[in-house]
Design a binder for this molecule. Structure first.
Ligand code: F6R
Length: 611
């Protein structure tokens, strides 16, 4: 989420910063900016759009940018839509201090109020701007001390790079929670969110450790902790090529994004759970009176987002005690749904630009329904048109097939279900504490299931020529099964049916014969015996059965299965989310074994803007 880059050295900073930003564009690309210092002057350019737009804007400047130090930023909006005033760098009142930042300052409202009371004027909707004014407020201390103080006072996740007019040739970085690396050149140095920003210039790098401040000059790098204690991070040699570096060392974006799921969920939940374990989602507008005024929820979404909606239905009905219907966006408005001002329509869309979902949401708005958007893209059409916005904060997803955006949608929708339950008065915060705790543990549990990758690779190797797969589940495991089947179809081009396990006997069981592989998702303990009976029926007809199961009483003998994929201990409604990860990995590995392009599967588009 957001890319930052800093440079100090003898070469024109403009070229190095723009080149570095272009390499970091995968981290976000809704707006960008840079600031360059020379001869006691700071000059800045900011633009909405991609780095190419910023490059054009810089080239059009009446005078060239001769400076040899500066910082740049490519934005992926979190606070405030993508506009020029919200683009980084952000300045203090005197235009002396410029800050670029990646992450979220959770207590920014409190800090902003305090700074405004002390006379500071703000010109953006961002959380970042408080950092610039806070440094100004600290007065004549060294820039490194000021950044350390910012890190101490700001809660949340931050990586920042700062320049000050009165400190020529110096870029100061700070890290707490978000990544920051140093590139060591000869007579020049770099600071960046990620290695690709400087890989064309140097392969010598250092990782800035947590809660550290770094002073970067052309001939030196000094790292201190938040209290000024100096340390020397280990220098390393980057061995990847540039393309691999953008993918964080993974061979594809898809695999990187699958592995980013724990951090992505952590970012989704960041600042949204209170000290007492209560969901904090009031800022979305889903307040008590609004939640109490809802009679019925309609979820509209497509593809993977639709599967997230199907799963969320269980959370919303079970916890918030509100009836929920889930519709494919492309079908919704053609069935004359009955909506009024007591209906809540939740549009789920990673991109926020899917034409079918926008059509469904616009129809709902016309009928007077209240609309909530669950999206990963701030400022997307869906976010702009909805009354309430729930942002998933998964970071940019480049692989065309959805992975981390799905898992974060699930985490956020479950939190929304618990929040609604409390606001509607049907659950006490104490009753919600258990499910909230389970949600909090989701990043660790996701880390555990990522450990199944080799096992799924083995299976994929063994089944590279299988032509027919079934994915079965009951209740909340059913949408997990549908998602498993969708991933296999789109990544591996193999026929895969997702089905409700109990429904197989009503027809599709006729397709089961030797050679067919059946994945059974069995995380719902209430239905486990019924699910096992359904899987026995598949096995009895010659199908090869793989069961994904997680429970304290997992006894392999009782499971009618050729193979068992063990999931972590069950938690209500979380198990099905976890089951999706090994299924993503299976599809990924099978596609790779077949030599297919997993990042850009044939016939697909990341954002589907046609009906
Ligand atoms: C599947 C996939 C698609 C999208 C669908 C909706 O891996 O990526 O099925 O889920 O096109 O896209 P959004 O969520 O952007 O509305």
């Amino acid at each position: 989420m957001c890319g930052i880059v800093g440079y100090v050295g003898p070469r024109p900073a403009q070229d190095l910063l723009l080149g570095g930003l272009a390499r970091l564009e995968y981290r976000g690309y809704d707006s960008a900016g840079l600031v360059i210092g020379e001869n006691g002057v700071l000059r800045s350019v900011r633009r909405v759009g991609k780095i190419a737009d910023l490059m054009e804007a810089v080239a059009r400047e009446p005078e060239s940018f001769p400076g040899s130090y500066g910082v740049g930023h490519t934005r992926w909006a979190t606070h405030g839509p993508p506009t020029v005033p919200n683009a980084h760098p952000h300045f203090d009142c005197a235009q002396e201090i410029a800050v670029v930042h990646n992450g979220i300052i959770e207590n920014w409202v409190e800090l902003k109020t305090w700074l405004e009371e002390r006379g500071h004027g703000f010109s953006s909707d961002t959380d970042t701007e408080v950092a610039a004014h806070l440094i100004e407020e600290l007065g004549p201390v060294s820039l490194a001390e000021a950044v350390a103080e910012v890190l101490r006072r700001c809660e949340g996740a931050l990586a920042m790079a700062v320049v000050r007019r009165s400190d020529p040739g110096l870029v100061v970085g700070g890290r707490k929670g978000s990544p920051l690396v140093i590139g060591r050149g000869s007579g020049e140095n770099f600071l960046a969110s990620d290695i690709p920003a400087f890989m064309a210039h140097t392969r010598r790098m250092m990782i800035v450790p947590e809660e550290r401040v770094v002073e970067v000059r052309s001939d030196s790098v000094r790292v201190t902790d938040l209290f000024g204690e100096e340390s020397e991070p280990e220098e390393r040699e980057v061995e990847w090529d540039v393309e691999a570096a953008e993918k964080g060392g993974y061979p594809t974006f898809m695999l990187k994004e699958i592995h980013e799921q724990p951090q992505a969920v952590a970012a989704t939940l960041l600042g949204r759970i209170g000290a007492g374990g209560e969901p904090l989602l009031e800022e979305t507008g889903l307040t008590g009176p609004v939640a109490k005024g809802i009679d019925k929820v309609f979820v509209v979404a497509c593809g993977t987002s639709y599967h997230a909606g199907m799963m969320a239905k269980y959370a919303l009905e079970r916890w918030a005690k509100v009836p929920v219907e889930v519709d494919l966006s492309s079908e919704f408005r053609y069935r004359d749904p009955v909506l009024d001002e007591r209906s809540l329509v939740i549009g789920i869309s990673q991109s926020g630009e899917t034409a079918d979902t926008l059509g469904a949401v616009r129809f709902a708005l016309d009928q007077g329904a209240r609309v909530a958007a669950v999206t990963n893209v701030v400022g997307s059409s869906l976010a702009r048109e909805a009354h309430m916005v729930f942002q998933t904060r998964a970071g940019p997803e480049i692989g065309v097939a959805a992975s981390k955006t799905f898992i974060t949608q699930m985490a956020l929708l479950q939190l929304m279900g618990l929040h609604m339950a409390i606001e509607r008065g049907v659950m006490t915060p104490a009753e919600a504490a258990g499910p909230v705790k389970a949600l909090r543990s989701l990043p660790d549990r996701l880390e555990e299931v990522l450990g199944l990758s080799d096992r799924m690779l083995e299976l994929a190797e063994g089944w590279r020529d299988v032509r027919d797969f079934f994915f079965l589940g009951r209740s909340v495991d059913y949408p997990a099964a549908l998602e498993g089947a969708l991933k296999l179809k789109e990544l591996s081009y193999v026929r895969a049916e997702g089905y409700a396990a109990g429904e197989m006997k009503h027809g599709p069981i006729a397709l089961i014969e030797p050679g067919v592989v059946v994945f059974g998702v069995a995380t719902d303990r209430r239905l486990r015996q019924k699910m096992f009976s359904n899987l026995s029926e598949m096995k009895a007809r010659g199908g090869t059965v793989v069961t994904l199961v997680g429970s304290e009483d997992r006894t392999e003998a009782a499971i009618p299965s050729d193979l068992v994929i063990p999931l972590p201990e069950d938690a209500d409604l979380i198990g099905a989310v976890l089951a999706v990860v090994p299924l993503q990995l299976f599809s990924y590995h099978l596609a790779t074994i077949k030599g297919l392009d997993v990042d850009q599967p044939r016939n697909l588009a990341k954002t589907v803007t046609v009906e």
